[in-house]
Design a protein around this ligand. Structure first.
Ligand SMILES: C[S@@+](CC[C@H](N)C(=O)[O-])C[C@H]1O[C@@H](n2cnc3c(N)ncnc32)[C@H](O)[C@@H]1O
Length: 318
């Protein structure tokens, strides 16, 4: 059995990127007066106590959500995400961090449905507890499966309303997760070609992680948007998460513009001069996608000498 527990990492820079993107996708889907389904192949515990021993051990939220919490004038996509985090902290103090199911519970309407997979028995228990804190009708729209999300998703696609978003957010503690993500997306697209697939992946010194967005971008005939956020440079030890990416297949047409506005601000607010981002899409010309990574001027003071860049991340922006 795997040992990964998201409570050690909840609210860190990777959650910030993932959840800003997720909130934007859900916001877009609910604009239309048609129901949709939300699938979460790796749902986690649903809600995390930031004052708990695990969160305090790593203090990852201190350099993630805590840096955005009181920051003035966030861009619209960040403001919407912060509203969702505030709804999880009604007294205004940042004590809890909402996981992806919690965000979806807030944003889905009465005709929408949630299908959540979580394989770790303790996390499933916490997820049920988090669900009990929701109004009864929200819980009624939700199914929690204590099962392997890579396997279980297939049987549920396509969703009856033929509209849906699939968050694929493994811990990648098993390197087979990279292969299984590809397989899950391929099989998903065969059954539900118009679904919006959002894949989170870590920026770490591992070949499989570096290849994943490249492989996803080569899937035939799909539109995609790829955002990454870096808060530092890779460590010489090869350990640690210096950034992460969200690869979105069939993105809402509004997503690129909202991330274009949000990411420079997020990079700057989280990491100052070390903050960088990339934003690429399937319709960007190749030439643009090959430019070396560079933060927009607002994200990095010009006087500083350029730092060495990770070799495989390429930017279309900045
Ligand atoms: C990164 S966490 C999920 C965080 C959550 N999506 C969020 O954004 O709040 C990954 C979760 O996947 C669970 N997990 C690992 N392998 C799994 C699998 N094959 N199927 C379902 N869940 C799995 C882990 O127990 C862990 O809780």
């Amino acid at each position: 059995m795997f040992s990964y527990r998201h409570a050690f990492h909840a609210g860190n820079h990777a959650d910030v990127l993932k959840h800003i993107v997720l909130v934007q996708i859900l916001e877009h889907l609910r604009q239309k007066d048609k129901p949709f389904w939300y699938f979460d192949t790796h749902a986690g515990a649903g809600r995390y106590d930031l004052s708990g021993a695990w969160a305090r051990k790593t203090l990852e939220a201190d350099t993630g959500i805590a840096r955005l919490w009181q920051a003035p004038k966030p861009p619209a996509a960040v403001a919407r995400y912060l509203d969702a985090v505030r709804a999880c902290n009604p007294d205004g103090q940042l004590r809890s961090y909402p996981g992806s199911p919690w965000l979806a519970w807030q944003l889905l309407g009465e005709r929408d449905r949630l299908r959540l997979f979580e394989w770790h028995a303790t996390e499933v228990h916490h997820l049920h507890e988090a669900m009990r804190q929701q109004p009864r009708e929200v819980a009624r729209r939700t199914m929690v499966y204590a099962a392997d999300g890579f396997v279980g998703l297939k049987a549920l696609l396509p969703p009856p309303p033929r509209r849906g978003v699939i968050l694929i957010d493994p811990a990648y503690e098993d390197k087979n997760d990279y292969r299984r993500v590809m397989q899950t997306v391929r099989e998903g697209l065969e059954r539900f070609a118009t679904g919006c697939y959002a894949v989170w992946y870590p920026l770490i010194q591992r070949r499989e992680a570096q290849l994943l967005p490249e492989k996803l971008s080569r899937l035939p005939g799909v539109e995609w948007l790829h955002a990454s956020l870096l808060v530092g440079d890779p460590k010489l030890s090869g350990l640690g998460l210096h950034g992460s990416g969200m690869f979105v297949i069939n993105p809402p047409y509004t997503l690129r513009a909202s991330l274009q506005e949000a990411l420079p601000w997020v990079a700057q607010t989280l990491a100052g001069a070390n903050g960088r981002y990339t934003l690429q899409s399937s319709d960007a010309p190749r030439r643009e996608a090959r430019r070396p990574i560079a933060a927009p001027s607002s994200a990095r003071p010009p006087a500083k000498p350029a730092r060495p860049r990770p070799p495989r991340i390429r930017s279309s922006e900045g």
